[in-house]
Design a protein around this ligand. Structure first.
Ligand SMILES: [Zn+2]
Length: 221
């Protein structure tokens, strides 16, 4: 596995990408994203655990071309806050047709203009450069909820994940998400995009046990 700093956050913290060293053209390219929201540490832990898992078992590195950004929002994470250092919700800052600025005081403020944030631009650049076939973006959600939410042509993959992690498949999270990553990548670019919502009340250990096989299943045809 290879690690690289692909960008710096607003407060100049590194945003790192860890990827498999050998590119195998016959295998899928799969991008995992964690820590879009700094107050969802389970998403970061799951991605880090998956990196450890790939590192300790090189045979897993031959199942797909993996790229993992375990922490998209390091400034928010340092403060355990949802938004980045400019108080912008990165998952509402993508340049989609339905992007809105929204209310500056809201937890879901989309910024003064789309893609205004270095963290958002780092994710966009990574996708434009690597052109992943599949993207898994990991979040967590409270209220005893959890799901495999999908955008774009990812229903089959989300259904297969749900057979392993037992989470329901959902085509919508239940509220509008203008400027969200799922809209940008899945709906508008038609990249198979799954938003994995971990149950925030579950332990790290339980999240890993439920989802390790589900993540690996993304590599299957
Ligand atoms: Zn989130």
């Amino acid at each position: 596995m290879r690690a690289a700093t692909i960008a710096k956050s607003v407060e100049r913290r590194p945003i790192r990408a860890i990827s498999t060293t050998t590119h195998r053209p016959r295998l899928k390219k799969i991008l995992l994203l964690g820590g879009f929201h700094g107050d969802e540490p389970k998403s970061v832990r799951l991605c880090e655990k998956f990196i450890d898992f790939l590192t300790t078992d090189p045979s897993l590195q031959r199942r797909a071309n993996w790229i993992i950004i375990p922490l998209v929002n390091p400034d928010g994470y340092a403060l355990r806050k949802r938004r980045n250092a400019n108080k912008i919700d990165l998952n509402r800052n993508f340049p989609t047709k339905n992007w809105i600025c929204g209310d500056r005081r809201s937890r879901m403020f989309g910024g003064d203009k789309p893609a205004s944030e270095p963290e958002t631009r780092a994710v966009i650049r990574c996708i434009e450069r690597h052109k992943p076939a599949v993207i898994l973006t990991v979040h967590s959600i409270s209220g005893n909820r959890f799901c495999n939410n999908f955008d774009g042509p990812a229903k089959r993959l989300a259904t297969r994940m749900s057979r392993i992690n037992g989470y329901p498949v959902e085509a919508s999270i239940g509220y509008p998400t203008p400027g969200s990553f799922g809209n940008w990548a899945g709906v508008e670019r038609q990249i198979s995009t799954i938003t994995l919502e971990l149950p925030s009340q579950s332990s790290h250990k339980q999240c890993w046990a439920d989802n390790c096989g589900a993540i690996l299943s993304l590599a299957l045809r």
